[in-house]
Design a protein around this ligand. Structure first.
Ligand code: HEM
Length: 492
């Protein structure tokens, strides 16, 4: 046996129990003691190693999206979009790419109930022949803020109070009262949409604007959308209460049981497209994560389908240690100037180096499935077998060369340094339009949830009045109804 090629996993083939050094274990129930009653001897190597390993079983949970479930499957191209992109995995109808998906809730901890109103994460990692492609989205098409500088604050306000360890409305409504652009998100989060029945019956949106580039270098602004073939379903409060009373992991269980029964959840992937020269034509900024691209103006165009047909083999390896980043895109797909996206490109790898260690990309679920080669090496827990002598580049002793050039964005960027808000803020038109599409009952449920949020006794008259003002700017009657329920007048 070549000891350097030996893989730890083959240890599982041994017919008898060993310690992690491969030594035989003949007693896995009793510690080694002086006499049968103790004291215990520290020389019981197996005992010490077993306990020490147990102490280290947990890794830090994700700072957001800690609670989640996933599955594996494939993506299949159903419509040709090679006129828009040179991405290899989109090279033709019928091409399939293996993938792993993870769905999550955002705010609460790893073991929290899956019935709480919260955005749901919708992350997909495709293992393409040109490296990984991560789509790291949510089930809502907009977000609370449009600048990453505010992300830690919005998350702090929504996470439990650091003193009471309970999520409290006064903190959320206080903070977001400074962020009028968060108003649109309320019309998803506190709508029925806020609690999907499970992970199978929800949409996915990457929220940000990305760019496709074709082989001639032509660029198209796009938004990605996932739509479940089994339709959307949501839990209203009384249904959610019944579900959680029976099982606080109902959505995880639903995904697992559905796939195990041979029924495979499926989503269709669509794009909305915009010509970059039209960017300034609309009453909203297309890079603004608090606005949608209306489907009447930008119809959905089909691209492919995702089928989840295999449960995870191991939750820890393929869920807890799974690492996504919106920065991970193959040739043919690139970023827009969206300033929040630009920060996210940095943020995910940074947190994963902390959460999983510097070699998180060596972990099987995260490593690309195509051959890859560079001289990024060593570091903690590096288990790659490498025997080369040339670990620099270029070298006349190593034939490693750079890949063929692929098109990158040629869009011209110029300007002076700024630290400011976007010029075209449009905070209230889209949420108002959405509210007016709802029937009376749905509007009433939304108002009821807003009233609950704003009835927190620690909220001041001033904060309630600000929220009534924001809601009135979305829809006058909505503002009036809210004001009368709260016995408060708007401040403009
Ligand atoms: C500047 C804004 C944002 C920052 C700084 C940020 C940061 C983070 C961080 C640090 C994580 C934990 C990652 C890990 O531990 O592996 C995370 C997870 C996640 N974020 Fe964001 N996020 C931002 C906005 C968004 C937005 C707008 C979306 C939706 C489009 C989103 C979707 C997700 C999802 C789905 C996950 C979970 C990924 C998984 O399943 O492992 N995030 N985010």
């Amino acid at each position: 046996m070549d000891p350097y090629r030996y893989r730890p996993s083959s240890a599982y083939n041994t017919p008898y129990m060993t310690n992690n050094q491969g030594g035989p274990v003949f007693n896995n129930t009793s510690s080694m003691t002086i006499g049968s009653r103790g004291p215990v001897l520290l020389e019981d190597y197996h005992l010490v190693e077993k306990i020490a390993n147990f102490h280290r079983e947990r890794i830090p949970e994700r700072i957001v999206h800690a609670r989640g479930a996933g599955a594996k499957g494939y993506f299949e191209v159903t419509h040709d979009i090679t006129h828009l992109t040179c991405a290899d995995f989109l090279r033709g109808v019928g091409v399939q790419t293996p993938l792993i998906a993870r769905f999550s809730t955002v705010i609460h901890e790893k073991g929290s109930p899956e019935t709480l109103p919260d955005p749901r994460g919708f992350a997909v990692k495709m293992y393409t022949r040109e490296g990984n492609f991560d789509m790291v989205g949510n089930n809502m098409p907009v977000f609370f803020v449009r600048d990453a500088m505010q992300f830690p604050d919005v998350i702090h306000a929504m996470k439990p109070n650091p003193k009471s360890n309970v999520q409290e409305w006064w903190r959320i409504m206080d903070y977001l009262s400074y962020i009028p652009e968060s108003t649109h998100m309320f019309f998803w989060w506190l709508d029925d949409w806020g609690v999907p029945t499970d992970y199978r019956h929800m949409d996915g949106y990457t929220v940000h604007t990305f760019k496709l580039i074709n082989k001639e270098g032509k660029e198209t602004l796009i938004k990605w959308h996932w739509r479940p073939t089994c339709g959307l379903k949501f839990l209203l409060e009384d249904e959610a209460a019944k579900v959680v009373a029976k099982c606080h992991s109902h959505a995880t269980k639903d995904l697992y049981d559905t796939i195990a029964s041979g029924s495979f959840p499926e989503w269709r992937l669509y794009i909305q497209t915009m010509n970059p020269s039209d960017e300034d034509k609309y009453d909203f900024d297309p890079m603004d994560t608090t606005c949608i691209w209306p489907e009447e103006l930008f119809p959905l165009q089909p691209v492919g389908r995702m089928v989840l047909n295999k449960n995870l083999d191991n939750f820890f390896s393929e869920n807890e240690m799974l690492a996504f980043s919106p920065g991970v895109v193959p040739p043919g797909i690139t970023y827009s100037n969206d300033k929040m996206l630009q920060c996210r490109i940095f943020a995910y790898g940074d947190t994963q180096r902390h959460r999983l260690g510097p070699n998180y990309l060596l972990l099987p679920a995260n490593a690309p499935k195509n051959a890859h080669h560079n001289n990024h090496h060593e570091g903690f827990m590096n288990f790659l077998h490498r025997d080369e002598e040339v670990n620099y580049w270029p070298s006349r002793f190593d034939s490693l060369r750079m890949s063929e050039r692929f098109p990158i964005s040629k869009a011209h960027v110029s300007g002076i340094r700024e630290k400011t808000v976007i010029p075209k803020e449009n905070n209230f038109i889209q949420p108002g339009n959405r509210y007016r599409t709802w029937d009376h009952d749905r509007q009433e449920r939304f108002i009821g949830r807003m009233v609950t949020a704003l009835s927190d006794p620690r909220l001041t008259h001033e904060i309630r009045a600000i929220w009534i003002s924001y809601m009135s700017q979305c829809d006058k009657t909505l503002g009036q109804k809210l004001a009368s329920r709260l016995s408060t007048r708007a401040t403009m």
